[in-house]
Design a protein around this ligand. Structure first.
Ligand code: TNX
Length: 511
């Protein structure tokens, strides 16, 4: 008996025979790591109503979990036998091994509706596994459409099921500010709701005249962070400034460059309204980013920095005088003031800092990690400049693009001929083939992006994320091979997705 594992392990050998498990499943595990076994127990209880009994070292058990310090931090070894043995050097490694054990059982182990299962059969197998990349992420835009805590936590569970370990939350944009900041209350009071949104494709020019809003309180974000920690997923919060700031300016007009009052933007695209470069705006940027960072004390923080139009700065006499003070010749250099201010404040507080690849257009503060979205070539450029990079090229990893060229696909951001099939995602190389191998260590990993202009519901989020995210998980785990090898495993895997209630896109749709 074999099972379609995703992501595929680095080494696997099926032995003959199977073992049968019944409830209560007896697990022997060190005191320190019990939390991991408890999470696994809660998962089994939810899916098949089983309980997990934690037993002492040396007691009779079904699964024995042992520390093996020489393994890499997320690595693990499994040997399924009458007494199954799991070895890892960290709780994350144990959690991943338990995910694999769950995949070695039937799809019902993933069900979100409990079913009564008397016994499960698991193939005898030996596995040695561990990821090739430390950064295996998903980005979620909660600004264009807001997703509540429950939906985000469910997405975290889905990431963990694929052994992905970062969730980058895009918390503000022109169309909505999504986090309560006590010292700037109008951001959530005013900036979190827009009056109307486009219906269908933005280019159709139709509006729904229906307010859309939502924001997270500090305690909401804390529960997301706790849930994520339990699943070994690190939340990477993003505050995107000084561009993409219209919602912030709608809340605090004094932070903008124009005197007319602005509303939270009701169209998609890139607003020309950006923060002014005055001292108050710089102070604002530092203040909010530090506050958000304080809610995620152990996380790297993303400071945005993409797509910042300079037209308002070019037309503002105040901005011109700031340019003269700094000896700048081009308005775009003004953005560097925000980059530096936010990055140095965050670094002082011990946070690693990330930014979109537009920061490469100017001098990049040392130690900043570049998220390369315009193309893999931007990642190569970053690595050549000695910077670490997270690969996120839109051509492969923007899951807001069409799933295929079928005319039946729901409206998506990029129109045909742009489509990103799961097969295309599966063919993505995290390390660009033209990168000098000596610089490959700069590639931390990769992340897929779910921008949400055209994603309004949880079901549609599922449809855009899966099965592409399953293909991505294997790519970024580092074990992708051929489509012929992957496809039958994916066919089994979508049964797990179905059990989890995921509205994934079917693997084949007539084109
Ligand atoms: C570009 S990627 C953006 C987003 C859009 C996205 C749509 C990036 C840093 N900025 O503002 O939502 O394209 O695909």
């Amino acid at each position: 008996m074999t099972r379609g594992l995703i992501p595929s392990p680095r080494f696997i050998e099926y032995l003959s025979g199977t073992v049968a498990w019944q409830s209560p499943l007896r697990i022997s595990i060190d005191e320190e790591w019990r939390g991991v076994a408890k999470t696994f127990g809660a998962d089994l209880e939810k899916s098949i109503g089983w309980s997990v009994e934690l037993v002492g070292e040396g007691d009779a058990c079904d699964v024995e979990i042992l520390g093996l310090p020489e393994l890499d931090v997320e690595a693990f070894q499994i040997s399924v036998a009458a007494r199954t043995r799991v070895e890892a050097s960290s709780p994350a490694g144990v959690a991943y091994a338990l995910t694999v054990l769950r995949q070695l059982g039937p799809a019902s182990l993933w069900s979100d509706v409990p079913s009564a299962v008397a016994s499960i059969e698991v193939p005898c197998v030996v596995i040695q596994d561990g990821p090739a990349f430390a950064w295996r992420g998903l980005h979620l835009d909660v600004s264009r459409h807001f997703f509540d805590v429950k939906t985000v936590c469910r997405l975290i569970d889905l990431l963990a099921a694929h052994r992905l370990n970062r969730l980058h939350l895009h918390l503000n944009d022109d169309q909505g500010w999504r986090v309560e900041i006590p010292s700037w209350p109008r951001l959530s009071e005013i900036g979190s709701t827009r009056r109307s949104s486009p219906v269908g494709h933005e280019d159709d020019g139709v509006d729904d005249d229906t307010p859309h809003g939502g924001f997270y309180s500090a305690s909401d974000l804390e529960s997301i962070r706790h849930h994520a920690a339990k699943r070994f997923v690190q939340i990477v919060p993003e505050i995107d400034l000084p561009g993409h700031a219209q919602a912030a300016i709608a809340a605090y007009p004094e932070l903008g460059n124009v005197t007319d009052s602005l509303e939270v933007w009701t169209r998609w695209g890139i607003s020309d309204h950006v923060l002014s470069v005055g001292p108050r705006s710089l102070e604002f940027a530092e203040d909010v980013v530090l506050y958000v960072a304080s809610l995620f004390p152990d996380s790297p923080v993303h400071i945005g920095g993409d797509e910042c139009p300079t037209i308002e700065w070019e037309q503002s006499s105040d901005a011109q005088s700031v340019m003269r003070d700094h000896g700048f010749h081009e308005a775009r250099q003004l953005q560097g003031l925000f980059t530096k201010r936010m990055a140095s404040a965050l670094e002082r507080e011990g946070h690693e800092v990330l930014a979109w690849d537009e920061v490469l257009d100017a001098e990049v503060p040392k130690g900043m990690v570049v998220v390369s979205w315009r193309s893999s070539a931007k990642g190569v450029e970053a690595a050549k400049r000695g910077l670490d990079v997270v690969m996120a090229p839109m051509q492969f990893l923007y899951f807001d693009w069409l799933n295929s060229l079928s005319p039946d696909e729901p409206v998506a951001l990029a129109p045909a001929p742009f489509a990103t099939t799961w097969e295309k995602v599966y063919g993505f190389s995290v390390v660009p083939p033209d990168l000098d191998p000596e610089l490959a260590h700069h590639v931390r990993g990769a992340q897929a992006q779910l921008w949400s202009e055209y994603i309004t519901t949880r079901d549609h989020l599922d449809y855009m994320a899966f099965p592409r995210l399953a293909a991505f998980s294997e790519v970024v785990w580092g074990t992708a091979s051929t489509e012929t090898d992957f496809r039958p495993r994916l066919e089994e895997h979508v049964e797990r997705l179905a059990a989890m209630g995921v509205h994934y896109r079917p693997l084949d749709v007539d084109e």
